[in-house]
Design a binder for this molecule. Structure first.
Ligand SMILES: [Zn+2]
Length: 103
């Protein structure tokens, strides 16, 4: 396993801190969650490190609600296309109903 470079800063003899996305990029300490903002479809969270008293923004990538809504939109388009070919397609009807749509 390849350790991030900042782990070398840990004192020898001390157990290595767990590799965590919420570890401080400067000192490796686990940071405290401050706030989360996902307005742009990205899941970014602000964490504060008690070691160096700095705030760091951790990017968790695409926000979960964005992934879900993209997946739903794809599914809806698929079901609608299937119904266009075969208006009696039961699995497409059930799928749309599950997503809260009639057709
Ligand atoms: Zn720190």
């Amino acid at each position: 396993m390849k350790w991030p470079a900042w782990l070398k800063l840990a004192r020898p003899g001390k157990p290595l801190p767990p590799v965590s996305p919420t570890g401080c990029p400067t000192c490796g300490r686990e940071m405290i969650f401050v706030e989360k903002f996902t307005m742009m479809g990205d899941d970014r969270r602000t964490y504060r490190c008690n070691g160096c008293r700095k705030e760091h923004i951790v990017d968790f990538g695409t926000a979960m609600w964005k992934l879900m809504s993209d997946a739903n939109n794809l599914a809806i388009a698929d079901y609608r296309a299937a119904l266009k070919i075969n208006p009696d397609d039961q699995s497409a009807k059930v799928g749309l109903k599950r997503l809260g749509l009639d057709q």
